[in-house]
Ligand binder design. Structure first.
Ligand code: PEP
Length: 247
């Protein structure tokens, strides 16, 4: 299991970031679950270089550029230099600020060029009765992955994150059966986009209202490889309890 803790802009103090890191190290060692922390850029810079033993670090987003006279941009290369080994790309909160499918594809390519494993977020805004949500996920996957080489495609982690669940309490999360359907569907689309059997190794995560009360049920038989956790990852005690549910 892989757990990615997306701290978003919830964690703003170094002391709190350090406490979360200490707790994460402890729980990752005790459970042998892979934990990846995604702090804001300055906090990632403060934590990542000296702390990459059990815990890995992810950028929450990367620039669509490769650097230069671009005030305020943080490129994939910068994140790699700061100690990140993963990058979240195409999160709905970045898509809402203007990241199109084309921009997402460029960011994936920059991440891969600089040795960051991309975590590509896809997901529909709402569930409809006609299965349109499946077509939306297929379109997002295709637009993001098609511009990459077959080998690069195999290195992308997919995070299914339906917008209607993000930021909500556990009772508003996806149900295990719907998650099973979507994981199967994403694997089917990946099998079409990746050559031979190379999609068999692709990781599919789920994110959206995952808390310690529902994570075990969601993991049980859905076939998911892990979770992207937002609000429930920023309280040290809650986060440790959530991870322990999965051992
Ligand atoms: C997210 O936005 O990536 C996320 C998973 O959020 P939350 O867990 O708060 O729903």
């Amino acid at each position: 299991m892989l757990i990615v803790a997306n701290w978003k802009a919830y964690v703003e103090e170094l002391a709190k970031a350090r406490k979360l890191l200490t707790t994460s190290k402890r729980v990752a060692s005790a459970t042998r679950i892979r934990v990846v922390l995604a702090p804001s850029a300055p906090l990632l810079g403060a934590l990542a270089l000296r702390n990459r033993s059990v815990i890995a670090f992810a950028a929450q987003d990367i620039s669509a550029t490769t650097g230069g006279a671009l005030t305020g941009e943080a490129t994939a290369q910068t994140y790699a230099a700061a100690g990140a080994t993963y990058a979240i790309v195409g999160h709905s909160e970045r898509r809402a600020l203007g990241d199109t499918d084309a921009i997402v594809a460029v960011k994936l390519s920059h991440a891969l060029t600089h040795g960051l494993t991309p975590i590509l977020c896809v997901g529909e805004t709402e569930r409809d009765g006609e299965g349109r949500y499946l077509a939306i996920v297929r379109e997002q996957l295709t637009a993001a992955l098609e511009p990459l080489s077959p080998r690069e495609r195999a290195n992308v982690i997919i995070a299914y994150e339906p917008l209607w669940a993000i930021g909500k309490a556990a009772e508003h999360s996806i149900g295990p059966n719907d998650l099973t359907e979507m994981v199967l569907y994403i694997r089917k689309v990946l099998a079409e986009l990746l050559p031979g059997k190379s999609s068999h190794g692709s990781l599919v995560l789920y994110g959206g209202a995952v808390e310690r009360t529902n994570v075990r049920d969601l993991a049980a038989s859905s076939g998911v490889d892990g979770f992207l956790v937002g609000h429930a990852s920023v309280d040290p005690r809650d986060f440790a309890l959530l991870v322990r549910q999965l051992r």
